[in-house]
Design a protein around this ligand. Structure first.
Ligand SMILES: Cc1cc2nc3c(=O)[nH]c(=O)nc-3n(C[C@H](O)[C@H](O)[C@H](O)COP(=O)(O)O)c2cc1C
Length: 415
């Protein structure tokens, strides 16, 4: 226990770096182009301060909530990611950990495990789709998710195929055959523990996308699936409304950063949105999500559930997002580091860290529940909040600083 347990997500990341082959670690750390957005997602949380009390703390703190009709023991969900080569148990380990800690998992279309296997270990599974393939293929995938027992859909629409990283993209083979294995072997041999975990499981990293397999066909490779997606004409708002209508149940649109888009998502009939910039993996220099959250929550929070993802590494980050209007947050890299560091137990470890940090923040702020957290509990720098696409602004993605000023920042850093 002592050697595998970690006390912060940052330590889990350090361990992941030591354990994973460099190209696998590189694929997780990712971030596009210069990596401005991925860095800012985390830095923005650090710029917000807490304003704790010294007495009058509440003896019990309620952390539970409900998202898309699913009761959660804490306002943290697993965001969908493809985790093919991190651990042989992949999304099954993540789903089990989430179930053990009372939360839901978003399962990526590009996941290495099937929706049937994941719902079998966590009944609170949300299946994530892209606008990819023909309408018939999309319907088949939704139908399969429904039959498998998925509780809801996450439609991720923020991807615009930006590419290139200043530190170089990791090499990902099309398939793991003898030739590619030989090419990969030198770096795998430098990470014997990772190699041993896979050898012990009797499996090699699965580079296919089983959830995109047509009935009777073979699972496409990651690149095959990516090619289908790239070749699909991008969706209109009518397409989004169409897709939403095809799912009889809760439906989230992930990737919203602008107020005008949030309102259109409401018009398309979604149940929830996630304020997200794909963890800094999409268009670099998109601002940190926490800076856009209050404007979006204020605009549509009464009509849909507003979540946030991007940069969450600590329980206090969760508290800050909830205080600024998020019903819950979704985590990506935080649980991937946990999975790499210690499999299912590592993901549980990460969720425990977030729970502990959140509870400390709620205690310090003198609240009995996360639902009492408000912007008054935070110290926010002047001009921090952004209102992209605000109809009260001039046009397009202008930052309406006038509108940003009166945002509820009770205790400002300058005071
Ligand atoms: C390695 C990796 C793979 C991802 N794959 C997907 C995916 O398949 N579908 C999706 O909607 N988002 C995907 N994301 C984005 C995450 O769901 C989430 O938005 C992001 O990781 C949140 O930022 P964080 O990593 O700072 O928590 C991926 C992110 C990473 C790091």
């Amino acid at each position: 226990m002592a050697s595998t347990w970690f006390e912060t997500v940052s330590l889990a990341q350090k361990r992941a770096k030591q354990l994973l082959p460099p190209s696998v670690y590189g694929a997780l750390i990712a971030g596009s182009e210069k990596g401005v957005t991925i860095a800012q997602n985390q830095e923005a949380f650090a710029q917000i301060g807490l304003a704790p009390h010294v007495a009058g703390h509440k003896p019990h703190r309620e952390l539970n909530t409900e998202v898309m009709g699913i009761p959660l023991s804490l306002p943290v969900l697993i965001s969908p990611t493809g985790v093919q080569a991190v651990h042989p148990d992949g999304e099954i380990a993540v789903a089990r950990a989430a179930a053990n800690r009372g939360t839901a998992i978003g399962l990526s279309s590009f996941a290495s495990k099937s929706i049937e296997d994941v719902t079998a270990v966590n009944e609170n599974t949300l299946f994530q789709v892209y606008w990819s393939g023909t309408r018939e293929q999309m319907l088949q995938r939704l139908d399969r998710a429904k039959k498998a027992g998925a509780k809801g859909i996450i439609a991720t629409l923020d991807w615009s195929f930006s590419n290139g990283r200043d530190w170089g993209s990791p090499w990902i083979p099309e398939r793991l055959d003898v030739r590619t294995a030989a090419k990969f072997a030198p770096q795998a041999l430098t990470r014997p523990k990772w190699l041993y975990t896979f050898l012990k499981s009797g499996r090699v990293p699965d580079l296919t996308a089983p959830n995109l397999q047509a009935s009777g066909g073979e699972a496409p490779t990651f690149f095959g699936a990516y090619g289908e997606w790239m070749g699909t004409p991008p969706p209109t708002w009518e397409d989004v409304a169409w897709l939403r209508k095809q799912w009889d149940g809760p439906f989230m649109l992930k990737g919203v950063t602008r107020i005008d888009d949030a309102k259109r998502a409401v018009g398309a009939g979604v149940t929830a949105i996630s304020v997200s910039n794909h963890g800094g993996n999409n268009l670099d220099t998109t601002p940190a999500t926490i800076r856009m959250l209050p404007g979006i929550a204020e605009a549509v929070g009464d009509e849909v559930e507003v979540l946030l993802d991007g940069g969450v590494r600590r329980g206090s980050d969760v508290a800050k997002a909830v205080a600024l209007g998020a019903k819950a947050v979704m985590i990506g890299r935080a649980y991937l580091w946990g999975l790499a560091a210690n499999g299912q137990a590592g993901v549980e470890n990460v969720l425990d860290i977030l729970r502990g940090g959140l509870e400390a923040a709620v205690l310090g702020q003198g609240k009995a529940s996360i639902h009492e957290l408000s912007p008054d509990d935070l110290v926010v720098p002047e001009g921090f909040f952004l209102r992209l696409g605000d109809p009260r602004g001039t046009s397009g993605p202008m930052i309406d600083r006038q509108a940003a000023q009166p945002q509820p920042t009770a205790a400002r850093a300058s005071e």
